[in-house]
Design a protein around this ligand. Sequence first.
Ligand code: NAP
Length: 313
Amino acid sequence: MPKESKVHDVIILGSGPAGLTAAIYTGRSSLNPLVIHGRQPGGQLTNTTEVDNFPGFSEGIDGPVLMAEMEKQAKRFGAEFLTAEVTAVRLGNSPMEVEVGKDIYQTRTVIVSTGASPRMLGLANEWDLYGKGVSVCATCDGFFYRDKEVVVVGGGDTAMEEATFLTRFAKKVHVIHRRNELRASLPLQERALKNDKMEFHWDTVVSAIHGDKQKGLSGITLKHLPTEKEEDFPCDGLFVAIGHVPNTDLFKDQLDMDERGYLLTRNGAETNIPGVFAAGDVQDAVFRQAITAAGSGCMAAILAERYLESLEG
Ligand code: NAP
């Protein structure tokens, strides 16, 4: 395998707000970070339209614009970017190794900011119809469902926010929840339950998705769990809002994680391997905000700088 002879000071995996903030800080400290974009350059904010709560933008800012600005800022300080997906990492080694297909990059520190991805239902057709009626992002796709019937799956805060947002466009929003009580926080529940464009289907799951790649989604099958009765349910849109899974498969057996796969960190961003730091949603199942991700990216960068200084003795 072609191995770069150069040993990088810092390689950053992922380019959401955590990774890009780490790139700005380590770049500004003349560490010439290499950022490997991963599957979704810019991270989850590239799925959003307006970001209203990132400090500094009094009128809000478009998610993709915010991420493009952060990348530009990181480049100004010398960060380099590689659009590729990492295929393997060897974190115990010295130097550590990051494999991208046939290429191997060597580095003294790694900042893991690979984020989290929406959890999917695991049904046949789900990916074939993704973007053709199946969505994970109401703010991105809601606009296309003006006067249509849509379904939102989930009973948490995300599902309530997505469903409420969709009532701005859709004729009717059906919420499908597997239990008979919501997990969402009280204010979001109350707002959703009194919205007369929303209809709740309790103790119910989506058991099949129908449609084809050409024509898109045509409907779903709903299964009422207590009676096991199934019914075909025509709809124009299916929004899956059942939580997220951290993108940590690459690090199994190397980095400590909790039972859900979130990386465990101490002291802000340290992992169990010296020189490896984690920031953003990959290690945060609780706050999951752009600003908290950016803050933890800053912590990871400062810890990486200190670690590199300690190597020089
Ligand atoms: P979540 O709280 O984990 O809720 C996931 C929902 O999906 C639950 O209702 C769960 O059902 C359901 N679910 C999970 N797997 C399922 C499956 N395979 N089939 C059917 N249903 C399934 O996730 P989230 O709503 O994305 O929220 C994540 C975190 O972000 C939370 O801490 C939340 O408070 C926070 N958040 C906050 C805001 C806000 O404050 N504005 C907005 C969005 C998110 P059960 O209830 O039966 O487990």
